[in-house]
Design a protein around this ligand. Sequence first.
Ligand SMILES: Cc1cc2nc3c(=O)[nH]c(=O)nc-3n(C[C@H](O)[C@H](O)[C@H](O)COP(=O)(O)OP(=O)(O)OC[C@H]3O[C@@H](n4cnc5c(N)ncnc54)[C@H](O)[C@@H]3O)c2cc1C
Length: 233
Amino acid sequence: MSSGKGRLLSFFGGLLLTEATITHNEALGPYRRLSLRGEGLQAKAFEPGDKLQLLLPGDDVRTYTPITWEKGETSLLVYLHGVTTPAPRWAQAAAPGDVLRFIGPQRSLSLPPGPVVIVGDETSIAVAAAFVHARPGQVKALLSVKDVQAARDAAAAVGLASPELFVREADASAHHQRLAEAATAAGAGAPGVSVGLCGGAALIQGVRAALREKGVSSVKVKAYWAPGKVGLD
Ligand SMILES: Cc1cc2nc3c(=O)[nH]c(=O)nc-3n(C[C@H](O)[C@H](O)[C@H](O)COP(=O)(O)OP(=O)(O)OC[C@H]3O[C@@H](n4cnc5c(N)ncnc54)[C@H](O)[C@@H]3O)c2cc1C
């Protein structure tokens, strides 16, 4: 079903929207890597952690993270958490030559220069990869995932070479503790190290609380999705 925001954008958005053409759509298990090219991209400034708001077919608006932004080209990694919602339907069907319109890049997970620890889930592989491209050797990514091998393959394909992957557990509280421990071992809480926490709202809440218990309170948080919410941003 189209959203009010999407209908407005579709109608009035000529000036706000940038246009790009899909050049590749690569299937990576439950992920799709989409490459885009467009002259309009060259004029836009980009920082790692930025987002794009995509106007999808049917005027649905969904948010994704550019991994790189160079010479009029970018790429996205879309996690197919299901097959019936607008974003996975679009990502599976997108074909070279299709035109995509979007707003952005806009600031989203802005982190000061220097080393970063990213804690997230399948939807955070792209943002972790964006920081790796911008700050090689300065990024540790800790990801809670359903399928470790699929996440490892998708991460490697977008330049995130060695994320620490944690299979989701039935005991969410123990899982969040484990991620918080791994985050502190990776440098969270140390001077000059920024922490970005993103992905599902429950993961963020749980890991944030567990980090607080460890005395780590300076954390940048961005919820990417929540059960029952649509097109969260
Ligand atoms: C700033 C920002 C950057 C993002 N970057 C990325 C990115 O680079 N890659 C990426 O894959 N995602 C990213 N996301 C998350 C993505 O926008 C959401 O998962 C979005 O809801 C997917 O749209 P949809 O049409 O599939 O589902 P919607 O129609 O928006 O949601 C329908 C239902 O699906 C469920 N749902 C949504 N997402 C998930 C999920 N990941 N896992 C399980 N259930 C889910 C919820 O119950 C929701 O109510 C980002 C989100 C934000 C806000």
